[in-house]
Design a protein around this ligand. Structure first.
Ligand code: ZN
Length: 476
């Protein structure tokens, strides 16, 4: 349901992503090292789909909580969706609501600050000619262009990691701790950041080398070829992430609890999902946010629940969340997202080309950047892509929010747990504003708001009372 899991990227994805890579990719705006990765923005979108979080908090060893249905939401002849939705929303205390609103609304400003700080770092690297110095040093060591590009990338990644660290500590650690979402010590959090940096330098470096090779060899049409390569890179990332990257940050084990696992596999079979195992991950290592996801691509697909979800949510809510996740799979959301990203990438790279040509004509000599195929251009490219991504935020959010709503509807039909779904929406509301204005939801929400989701669940309940007991319909 939600993005970004324990992390979530805040929004989609951030607060405590289980892995730093996911965290950074999901994080709004350019985090330090993030700025430079041309495919970062789309990856964020994609991962937002792949990593959904649901609930918060965990009580180790406690039995699964029972579903709590507020007075006014019980099924019966007088059941009214509007009244039931209001009953659920009224279960929140005013201070809970104020805290959630403050956390989420603060995130709006963080997006702007991410952009401004990332822009400041890029301009600093260019104006001080540090970027040109990185390039000169790389070329002195390596005569071959791909290796020189990779060496540049390594220095650049390290530089933005160091310069951006104070902001990353505030946004990713201090603020999360302040709101009670952080389960890691600073040392463990920092180690995760370092792991992500290493992955960025190695795997991100391969991507950068490939993109620069395209720019050098196809000087007239590189923007189109780079868009295609970026899609390919995004797909490879989605393919290897659950199998190779995510386990570097968290432990994944097959879920042994048959009471939870078997109903999930049954719903999976009913919907043609070829899963035979359900995994559990120790997301509580980083955060107390709950998440679940169906991740992977082309055979690496898997269903994963995080331990916070298992401990905090009722069995009905877990079923509801899994129904939603399966909706992403059955509705081919990942592939549709790829198609959308292809269009978006062509737009981004075309705009990038024009903007680079214009900027380099104006300031290239002063910055000692020799052209679009010079690795020293990277801070400028990152800055332009970050601005484009920032401007396109409402479009990207609307795309993911639309898919999330589709998955919500699918999940209600698949799991038949409207009250479990309402419970999970309430828990997600602990870090996402529950009742935003319409324009606010359009611009900032990459998932439907809690109010939208709870109302959809209660409407489903009203229209399907014939199925019997809404808590456990059709003897499920
Ligand atoms: Zn979702």
């Amino acid at each position: 349901m939600e993005k970004a899991g324990e992390t979530t990227a805040r929004q989609l994805l951030n607060p405590s992503p289980a892995d730093r890579l996911r965290t950074r990719l999901l994080r709004r705006g350019p985090g330090p090292a993030a700025l430079a990765i041309p495919f970062r923005i789309p990856m964020r979108l994609l991962l937002a789909l792949l990593w959904l979080c649901f609930c918060l908090g965990a009580q180790t060893g406690a039995p699964p909580p029972a579903l709590h249905m507020p007075p006014g939401a019980e099924a019966g002849p007088g059941f009214d969706a509007e009244t039931a939705a209001k009953a659920y929303l009224a279960t929140w205390k005013p201070d809970q609501k104020a805290r959630s609103d403050a956390y989420f609304e603060g995130g709006y400003w963080l997006q702007l600050w991410d952009l401004l700080i990332g822009a400041g770092i890029s301009i600093l690297l260019l104006a001080t000619r540090l970027s040109a110095k990185f390039r000169d040093w790389s070329q002195r060591i390596a005569s071959r262009q791909p290796l020189a590009a990779w060496l540049y990338w390594a220095q650049y990644s390290l530089a933005i990691f160091i310069v951006g660290l104070p902001w990353a500590v505030y946004e990713g650690f201090l603020r999360e701790s302040q709101y009670g979402f952080m389960n890691q010590t600073f040392a463990a959090w920092f180690l995760d950041q370092c792991k992500s940096l290493a992955i960025d330098i190695l795997l991100g470096g391969l991507a950068v080398v490939a993109l620069f090779a395209i720019v050098r060899r196809l000087p007239r049409t590189w923007q189109f070829w780079c868009a295609g390569a970026a899609i390919l890179i995004t797909m490879i990332g989605a393919l290897i992430s659950p199998v190779f990257l995510a386990p570097m940050f968290n432990k994944y084990t097959p879920l042994e609890d048959a009471g939870i696992r078997d109903p999930i596999l049954r719903i999976a079979r009913e919907n043609g999902i070829p899963a035979t195992k359900v995994y559990e991950m120790d997301a509580s290592r980083q955060s107390n946010r709950i998440s679940a996801n169906v991740s992977g691509l082309l055979g690496t697909e898997r269903i994963t629940l995080n331990d916070n979800l298992l401990r905090r949510c009722s069995p009905q809510a877990i079923m509801a969340v899994m129904g939603h996740e399966m909706g992403h799979y059955v509705l081919n959301h990942v592939y549709k997202m790829m198609a959308f990203l292809t269009i978006l990438f062509v737009g981004y790279f075309s705009a990038l080309r024009r903007s680079l040509d214009w900027s380099l004509a104006k300031w290239g000599a002063r910055w000692q950047v020799r052209g679009v195929s010079d690795p020293a251009v990277l801070p400028l490219a990152a800055l332009i892509l970050a601005i484009l991504g920032f401007l396109a935020t409402p479009i990207q959010n609307t795309l993911t929010r639309t898919q999330e709503y589709e998955a919500d509807i699918f999940g209600l039909n698949a799991a038949r747990q409207p009250d479990g779904f309402a419970e999970s929406a309430l828990l997600l509301g602990e870090y996402r504003k529950m009742e935003p204005g319409a324009l606010e939801e359009f611009i900032f929400f990459d998932h439907p708001s809690g109010r939208t989701r709870i109302y959809a669940a209660m409407r489903w309940k009203a229209e399907n009372q014939c199925l019997g007991n809404a808590v456990n319909p059709c003897a499920r």
